[in-house]
Design a protein around this ligand. Structure first.
Ligand code: ADP
Length: 538
């Protein structure tokens, strides 16, 4: 058994006679500087770590070689103190600090410095090794747990996103971090929270909103894919790029989508001076943060839905009962009259009664279909069967179906479709449902003598399809609510025009399942314009 004989210090002096050989073989980088900070020692591990050969650095000022610009003044002051014989806070301690290599790439090292005094005066000997991986892992862990805590403690989604960008900005040291969220009804993305480094003026780079597909956040949101831009100045596809980025000193950017389930609801973007971490690592890390945010929204959405459901339950029951009762009462009373007067009714009278019964029965069928679609929508089972199809024919058939009602109100129906076809990959039955919903609404909410216009064009892989009318319109203040279940505009309820407020919700869900969008278009004069954008490829 080994018996301890005191401190285990080697007593073999022959080993200590070979310090040069030991330093040359050491894995630890060794850098020695004189009192002026000029390099007097530089072993092969230092060559490997910093990318300069011994010959390149010998006699050069170490501070300009290995420290990032922003830290040089404080290192110079520290070295001057040590050279003057003051104890300072550096000697004999383990220090962590950023350094840079010959290519200007910044990384973290752990360093110890000791001083000796000999014939060449005071010499400082530094031993260091790269701790980038450990540093990065601990920073990532810190950010992840800060974000989790922040999201758990947040009392509103505003404070939640503020917390996320603040943690990313301060702990990770990115000069700019942003959370972008799609605005209802998903026609643009607005910056929900932004953190910028206090010492930086990045105002030129701060924009409040982007269109889906434009800029880093818009592209990440539209494609649902992360994006890494190694050199902002060279990426001219972005509105914020080139000279604007260079002027404010931002060079690299990473964006990842924020998703709830499989739906992108926004984007998380960070911008940096240079890429400190490899693309894959950073993208995976940010995707993890974005996933935490997505789960947060999913929780909130479920909570909001529960509250909303409780609120609307009574309203819903009253509405549905009313919508069921009306056609049922018409069917019952018409059938009763039919029965009573059967002997005296002419053939035309009989047709009239049967027509009334059939219209009411159709209304009930439509209501049942909408309710079924709503329940499928809420359980996530609204099936979309994509196939190669063609939109002009679908729109044409839907227009033909509303012509009798439009004619009864003397409405002018204008159809403006390209002479060729409008091919796309989509679910034709669901698109017909969209066309029916929008056209029946346009006819229903347009008084006698008005005009209903349908246009569709294809460009750059997208179909733009508009349905407009000169009807009662929707007050601008109510538009953000229009895609909520059972919501009906005051213009419709004031005029007692029957409806349930489900068609637009279902329409939007169908369009979004096709990765498109439906928004309100600019409209001159009274009336409403809906604009649908839908990709031609699945
Ligand atoms: P419904 O028409 O059965 O009420 P929708 O979901 O189709 O249900 O429409 C919701 C509401 O949107 C309508 O109640 C109406 O207030 C408004 N709306 C929809 N389309 C139009 C339109 N073309 N003009 C005016 N208001 C409309």
């Amino acid at each position: 058994m080994h018996k301890s004989t005191g401190p285990s210090v080697s007593c073999d002096h022959s080993v200590l006679d070979e310090p040069q050989a030991v330093l040359a073989a050491a894995l630890e980088a060794y850098v020695a500087v004189d009192a002026d900070g000029r390099v007097v020692g530089w072993n092969p591990a230092a060559e490997a770590l910093f990318g300069y050969t011994h010959a390149q650095v010998c006699g050069e000022p170490v501070i300009d070689l290995v420290f990032p610009d922003r830290h040089r003044d404080s290192h110079r002051a520290g070295l001057a103190q040590l050279a003057a014989g003051e104890p300072g806070t550096v000697l004999g301690r383990r220090l962590r600090m950023p350094v840079q290599d010959a290519e200007g790439h910044e990384f973290q090292v752990e360093m110890t410095v000791v001083a000796t005094t000999g014939p060449r005066g005071r010499i400082f000997h530094a031993f260091c090794h790269d701790i980038t991986a450990a540093h990065r892992a601990s920073r990532f862990t810190a950010v992840e747990s800060d974000v989790s805590r922040g999201l758990a403690e947040a009392d509103s989604s505003e404070s939640a996103v503020e917390r996320v960008v603040q943690v990313l900005g301060t702990t990770m040291g990115w000069p700019m971090a942003e959370v972008w969220l799609a605005t209802e009804p998903r026609s643009s993305l607005s910056c929900a929270a932004r953190h910028t480094a206090p010492a930086r003026d990045l105002s030129e780079f701060e924009i409040p909103a982007v269109e889906p597909g434009a800029g880093l956040p818009g592209q990440v949101y539209a494609t649902g894919q992360p994006r890494w831009i190694p050199d902002l100045a060279e990426d001219t596809s972005l509105p914020r790029c080139g000279r604007a980025a260079a002027r404010v000193g931002l060079h690299v950017a990473v964006g990842v989508p924020i998703c709830v389930g499989s739906d992108a609801i926004g984007a998380l973007c960070v911008y940096g001076n240079r890429a400190e971490d490899p693309e894959d690592t950073l993208t995976v890390f940010l995707t993890g943060i974005a996933a935490q945010m997505g789960q947060y929204w999913e929780r909130r959405r479920a909570e909001e839905l529960a509250v909303e459901l409780a609120h609307t339950k009574e309203e819903f029951l009253a509405l549905v009962t009313h919508e069921l009762r009306n056609p049922l009462a018409i069917i019952a009373s018409t059938a009763e009259m039919f029965d009573k007067d059967l002997d005296t009714l002419t053939l035309d009278d009989q047709r009239g009664y049967l027509g009334t019964i059939s219209r009411s029965a159709n209304r009930l069928t439509l209501l049942a279909d909408d309710l079924l679609d709503l329940s499928r929508l809420e359980s996530g089972n609204l099936a979309i069967r994509l196939t190669d199809t063609e939109l002009s024919g679908i729109i044409g058939a839907a227009v033909d179906a509303v012509r009798p009602d439009a004619a009864a109100k003397r409405l002018t129906v204008i159809v403006d479709l390209p002479s060729g076809r409008l091919p796309l990959c989509a679910d034709p039955d669901r698109l017909r449902q969209v066309a029916d919903n929008l056209l029946t609404n346009a006819v229903k909410y347009t008084p006698h003598g008005g005009t209903v216009t349908v246009c569709a064009t294809a460009e750059d892989g997208w179909i733009r399809w508009t349905v407009s009318d000169t009807g009662i319109g929707i007050p601008p203040a109510e538009r953000p609510q229009m895609f909520r279940r059972f919501y009906r505009a005051s213009t419709a309820t004031d005029r007692r025009i029957p409806g349930v407020g489900l068609g637009l919700v279902i329409t939007r869900a169908i369009i979004e399942r096709h990765h498109g969008s439906i928004t309100f278009g600019d409209h001159d004069g009274p009336g409403t314009t809906f604009v649908i954008r839908i990709p031609t490829e699945a």
